[in-house]
Design a protein around this ligand. Structure first.
Ligand SMILES: Cc1cc2nc3c(=O)[nH]c(=O)nc-3n(C[C@H](O)[C@H](O)[C@H](O)COP(=O)(O)OP(=O)(O)OC[C@H]3O[C@@H](n4cnc5c(N)ncnc54)[C@H](O)[C@@H]3O)c2cc1C
Length: 261
């Protein structure tokens, strides 16, 4: 079973600073981590290959320092790692990200399952997984919390929905995004850490991928961040006291004095 796990390196803090000129993250001095949801995707991929054989390839698009995230993934059981890194790929929106990742996946060769995290903790859109499925023209299942059966070209998965769980069957290859309920990620083993230090991490630039430059990075992004800002702190509200009738009277007075009614 050939499994591709898409993994993004993200800032390990919510205290990020934004460059006001470019509206992009200022990454200097920030510790980077594997996007937490992607650790569940990786763990699931590794568990599946431990049970059914095959290999897990971790794939990341990002700056050169994202190699560290891929090495960490090897220490956690990934077999192969590919970094997509090129200035041309920078400042991609989700469409351009999914486009680059899916073209790279096709270049990797035959695959059975692509596993993504449900979302990142920086971009937070949850769009890259479904966009890749659309681009690769294969089925997609979101918020998977359990893989119930997987064999040959068949997958049965339980996914989380607001009211409970839904069990879906699909053909393979497919893309799934996983919820953190799916497993408990392992810690790296000493053997894994040793392996990750010497393992080869393949880097592909656009020289290898040969993607139309108009469809990658900023040039390929049909959306643009106009402004990024932290919400203003608002003063805490007021809790109206008294019985229900008194509270309604006070509320009406306040709305009238604010000229809202
Ligand atoms: C309009 C717009 C403009 C943006 N502009 C900038 C910018 O100027 N600078 C900037 O730094 N960022 C920018 N971003 C953020 C950047 O586009 C996203 O980080 C990126 O496209 C991935 O989207 P996401 O983080 O929301 O991933 P999600 O869709 O939430 O991720 C879901 C899953 O997809 C996979 N995945 C996502 N990204 C990658 C990746 N790079 N490699 C491998 N797997 C991945 C992971 O498995 C992840 O769990 C922008 C985003 C938007 C929406």
């Amino acid at each position: 079973m050939n499994i591709v796990v898409c993994l993004k390196q993200v800032p390990g803090t919510t205290e990020v600073k934004i460059d006001p000129q470019t509206n992009s993250l200022i990454r200097q001095g920030i510790e980077n981590i594997i996007n937490p949801f992607d650790t569940y995707a990786l763990e699931e991929g590794v568990r599946l290959t431990e049970k059914h054989g095959g290999k897990v390839t971790v794939l990341s698009m990002g700056p050169p320092q994202a190699e560290a995230a891929l090495r960490e993934a090897i220490s956690l059981g990934a077999d192969e790692a590919v970094l997509l890194s090129d200035r041309a790929f920078a400042v991609a929106d989700t469409w351009a990200t999914a486009n680059t990742l899916s073209i790279a996946i096709q270049r990797l060769g035959e695959y059975d399952l692509i596993i993504c995290g449900r979302q990142t903790i920086d971009g937070d859109t949850g769009q890259v997984g479904p966009e890749m499925a659309e681009m690769l023209n294969i089925p997609f299942v979101a918020y998977v919390s359990k893989i119930e059966e997987i064999k040959d070209k068949y997958l049965r998965a339980s996914r989380m929905v607001e009211e409970g769980h839904e069990v879906l069957e699909t053909t393979l290859p497919a893309v799934i995004t996983v919820a953190k309920e799916i497993n408990v990620p392992r810690l790296p083993s000493l053997r894994g850490i040793m392996k990750s230090k010497s393992a080869a991490v393949t880097t592909w630039t656009n020289k290898e991928l040969k993607i139309d430059p108009a469809t990658v990075g900023l040039a390929g992004s049909s959306t643009q961040v106009i402004k990024v800002f932290f919400p203003q702190r608002v003063s805490s509200g007021e809790i109206l006291t008294g019985d229900a009738a008194a509270q309604v009277d006070k509320l009406i007075d306040k709305l009238k004095s604010a000229n809202l009614i």
